[in-house]
Ligand binder design. Structure first.
Ligand SMILES: Nc1ncnc2c1ncn2[C@@H]1O[C@H](COP(=O)(O)OP(=O)(O)OP(=O)(O)O)[C@@H](O)[C@H]1O
Ligand SMILES: C=C(C)CCOP(=O)(O)O
Length: 340
């Protein structure tokens, strides 16, 4: 059945969004922003590096070298009040950042555990377990959202957290049914970087479900038509089979045709190796890499190039800058684009 178009009440975007980026949250090998297998554990170094790269990608060449942090709250255990560089900010003509980016993050070791243990993704709010799981999932993902907003703010990026559930987003049989983006667009217009996340939401048929960050990215791409979309994750891109297999081959370029069919352009694979085999972790409530590829294909059909690569590498910095050339071999990642 065709997906019903989400109801909109969205003003026109003021200027083109440069990039929508997904900060993949799950790390199997210490390279995404949360640690796999360790409940609610952030990989601080990867998160810091991802935020520093975002700042570099946004810099318009006039940004001061000294980063002026915007996280002025006190953390438990901090000995002193935070430093508020009020004079420094007052003396700046602007932030020196082309901050027309939207950041979306997944749940990683936050949220998926609570959702899968209680079955929030399958719906049924009459069950007290599902109701409790909905609450627990939202506590978990919104706390990760706050940590990511703070990490971006520490890099001087004017980030503001936005939760799909709190913005009234809902689904119909897991497809987006209502997704008003006016607050996101107005925030961009005001010079903020909206930071959204995969969330537990109400569903018109199932009562509730889990909305993946990958689906949010697709919806925002349809609405805002950014110059490019970047998915940062814990592997170098899409492989022809799960990357845990030592024979897995990185697919560097995938083309999507007008009917949504896709073909592997680079590398040229032999006869029976033309598909993609995907594994999804047992606790993953949103379909993992499979969902990412399906949503990326929809985005590519809009004429928007999609880059999937590993967080905290030289390749992620190039992707965030939109500086990817598939004809050179020194970029490691997958480009998904519309067939010419
Ligand atoms: N064929 C494949 N190619 C690439 N990755 C694959 C493949 N099959 C399975 N995977 C797994 O998919 C995972 C990445 O997808 P996933 O959706 O979990 O990432 P994420 O967006 O970083 O996480 P999250 O959605 O929690 O934020 C990798 O850890 C990888 O092992
Ligand atoms: C609340 C949850 C589990 C959000 C899931 O979002 P994703 O990790 O982007 O698929």
């Amino acid at each position: 059945m065709a997906e019903a178009a989400p109801k909109q009440r969205s003003p026109a975007a003021p200027r083109p969004v440069r990039c929508i980026v997904k900060l993949g949250a799950l790390s199997g090998c210490g390279a995404a922003i949360t640690n796999k297998g360790e409940l609610e554990s952030i990989d601080e170094e990867s998160l810091r590096s991802a935020c520093a790269q975002l700042r570099q990608a946004m810099s318009d060449g006039t940004a001061p070298e000294k980063v002026r942090g915007m996280d002025w709250s006190r953390r438990p255990g901090d000995p002193a009040d935070p430093v508020v560089d009020a004079e420094g900010f007052a003396g700046m003509a602007g932030l020196g950042l082309d901050s027309n980016f939207v950041v979306v993050h997944g749940a990683g070791s936050f949220g998926h555990f609570q959702a899968s243990r209680s079955g929030v993704h399958k719906g049924g709010l009459h069950s007290t377990l599902v109701k409790a799981g909905f609450v627990a999932t939202r506590i978990s993902v919104t706390s990760l959202n706050q940590e990511i907003v703070r990490a971006l703010a520490r890099e001087g990026i004017p980030s503001v957290g936005m939760s799909p559930f709190a913005c009234g987003w809902s689904t119909q049989r897991r497809n987006l049914a209502s997704a008003n983006a006016s607050q996101i667009i107005e925030s961009l217009h005001a010079g903020f970087v909206p930071v959204l996340h995969g969330d537990a939401v109400l569903d018109e048929s199932l009562d509730c479900t889990i909305l993946s960050g990958d689906v949010i990215i697709r919806h925002l791409a349809q609405l805002l038509t950014p110059k490019y979309v970047v998915f940062l994750t814990d592997v170098h891109g899409v492989y022809d089979r799960p990357p845990t297999d030592p024979n897995a081959v990185l697919l560097k370029e995938i083309e999507v045709d007008d009917n949504g069919g896709w073909s592997i352009v680079k590398p040229a694979l032999e006869g029976n190796r033309k598909g993609v085999e995907i594994s999804v972790a047992a606790h993953d409530t949103t379909g993992g890499m499979e969902t990412k590829i399906l949503e990326a294909a929809v985005i590519a059909r809009l004429g928007v190039d999609v880059y999937i690569t590993k967080v905290d590498t030289e390749h992620s910095l190039r992707a965030l800058k939109g500086d990817v050339n598939t004809s050179s071999d020194d970029w490691l990642g997958t480009v998904i684009r519309a067939a010419k």
